[in-house]
Design a binder for this molecule. Structure first.
Ligand SMILES: [Zn+2]
Length: 220
């Protein structure tokens, strides 16, 4: 069991990440949510509370069996289900960031993922960033679609909805989310004058090999 002290520290990090998401412009209003894995399940931002007003006591512990205790009159984000299902499906996920940023969401409304138009697409772990099939928010169906779209990746878009990322910790998940939104903006700009040229699969394999060798992403 994660200790109370460790849980409180992690809850504060969840809040800090949610605030950073807002400051970096990848969140629109109160639509985003952030979670982190604990032994019992996960800690997740509550529904209908402004991030700037949150304290660790507002962060909700949702158990792996889908139960939670209402504390401080807070309920988990209405989108808790795909967070919990992703932790079950992905042992590499320690944190999840979900948001409805403008560019990623605009692409998702065309039910279009991000193709290998730029080498930084590799930051999500593969040759592309897929778009999950649409389903109503909070449903098991949406969870299943998201788990499928993000397979072997750290990010996916969600049709007519937004995007999500997972990471080895909160900073990692947030960093990927920021990068995915930048890529979505660049992709939209490139698409404005036609289909951009794609990198070849071999070129993407070379990028992934270099990223995985720890030579750093973002360096050109
Ligand atoms: Zn959402």
């Amino acid at each position: 069991m994660t200790s109370a002290a460790a849980r409180k520290r992690l809850a504060q990090s969840v809040i800090d990440t949610a605030i950073a998401m807002e400051e970096r412009g990848i969140n629109s209003g109160m639509s985003g949510n952030v979670s982190a894995r604990v032994d019992e399940g996960m800690l997740i931002t509550p529904s209908s509370v402004a991030y700037s007003d949150m304290t660790p006591a507002d962060i909700v512990l949702v158990n792996a069996d889908e139960s939670w205790t209402v504390a401080n009159d807070r309920r988990p984000s209405s989108e808790w289900r795909f967070h919990l299902d992703l932790y079950a499906a992905r042992s590499d996920a320690e944190a999840i960031v979900h948001a409805h940023p403008i560019s990623a969401t605009a692409l998702s409304c065309h039910r279009r993922g991000i193709d290998r138009f730029h080498y930084m697409v590799g930051i999500a772990g593969g040759h592309d960033i897929r778009c999950a099939t649409y389903a109503t928010f909070g449903t098991p169906e949406l969870s299943a679609n998201v788990v499928q779209a993000i397979a072997d990746r750290k990010a996916c878009l969600m049709a007519n909805h937004g995007m999500l990322t997972l990471g080895s910790d909160l900073a990692n998940a947030l960093g990927v989310a920021i990068e995915v939104e930048v890529l979505a903006s660049q992709y939209l700009a490139a698409l404005a004058i036609g289909e951009p040229k794609k990198l070849t699969k071999k070129q993407m394999d070379d990028v992934l090999a270099k990223m995985n060798a720890g030579q750093g992403y973002g360096s050109s």
